[in-house]
Ligand binder design. Structure first.
Ligand code: DAK
Length: 259
């Protein structure tokens, strides 16, 4: 695995790839270097058959306080366009394996948008979700208005985006923005446990199921049902489908191969 400056990467025995954002002094502000390293590590895990699911985390104080304001302060629209900023962020959506965000402390601006790009969120009791861009004269630009609105609905999203309303971990759980909340001492263990449980399942089915669920937010119901049907049929071409069903009938644990 490559040496990185802004992230720490660990490939675990339980088939979980763990990525820690590692700029603690800057609250894990997401500068371009960090985003490039994150993409590199995500791609490596996505291509690695020994990894079944990925966890992205920060530290107890901050998942991330957003894009690096220092690096953005002097930008103009033309420089922004040339920086391929959107590509740096949106490509994360191309990762096929499930990604779980383990969130503690500040999860703000681009940090919140990064968590929203993940497939599940495990929060510590201290997690705080927000889109405070309005305080510095901008608005969310990496999916915040769209993804939050899809999860929380219009009115709460408006309050968060227009008036820097923050959500506590419990509120996030209540509104469907987190899968579970755990004490700060164990939130990362909980996220890893969840990832390991998913990583033990049939890999191709997991990846196609992730794709189908994510497409629900982009397609009409008719198109989504059609995609689901095709992906469902496709799985009958895998050895894991044969093994899974045979194991059920033989009353034993399946041994999935990812084929
Ligand atoms: N960028 C750079 N540095 C940051 C930072 C950030 N977002 N957040 C915190 N820091 C730095 C602080 O400057 C400080 O550095 P030093 O002064 O020690 O050198 C250090 O982290 C500790 O921060 P504080 O001293 O402020 O600590 P506090 O505990 O008092 O406050 C805080 C923590 C997280 C509440 C506060 O730092 C804060 O409000 N931070 C800014 C939060 C924010 O406004 N976030 C939104 C940023 S804009 C796009 C992609 C992404 C984006 C947009 C478009 N495209 C694809 C088009 C994203 C935009 C954003 O995220």
């Amino acid at each position: 695995m490559n040496e990185y400056q802004d992230i720490l990467v660990e490939k675990r025995d339980d088939r979980v790839g763990l990525i820690r954002l590692n700029r603690p002094k800057a609250m894990n502000a997401l500068r371009p270097l960090l985003m490039d390293e994150l993409w590199d590590a995500l791609q490596a895990f996505d291509a690695d058959p020994e990894v079944g699911a990925i966890v992205i985390t920060g530290n107890e104080r901050a998942f991330s306080a957003g894009a690096d304001i220092g690096e953005m302060a002097t930008m103009d629209p033309v420089k922004m366009l040339g920086s391929h900023l959107s590509e740096r962020w949106h490509r994360i959506g191309r990762i096929r394996k499930p990604i779980i965000a383990a969130v503690s402390g500040y999860c703000l601006g681009g940090g919140c948008e990064l968590a929203l790009t993940c497939d599940m969120i495990v929060a510590s009791e201290t997690a705080q979700f927000g889109q405070p861009e309005i305080n510095i004269g901008i608005m969310p630009g990496a999916g915040g208005t769209q993804r939050l609105a899809r999860v929380l609905g219009k009115y709460l999203t408006m309050e968060m985006v227009l008036n820097d309303r923050r959500l506590s971990a419990q509120e996030a759980l209540q509104h469907g923005l987190a899968n579970r909340v755990a004490p700060v001492e164990v939130y990362l263990d909980e996220a890893i446990k969840l990832a390991a449980s998913i990583a033990a399942r049939a890999p191709v089915a997991v990846q196609l199921a992730k794709e189908a669920v994510n497409k629900a937010f982009e397609m009409t119901l008719e198109e989504g049902l059609q995609l689901e049907e095709r992906l469902f049929y496709f799985l009958f071409a895998t050895e894991d489908q044969k093994e899974g069903m045979r194991a059920f009938l033989e009353k034993r644990k399946p041994e999935f191969k990812g084929r």
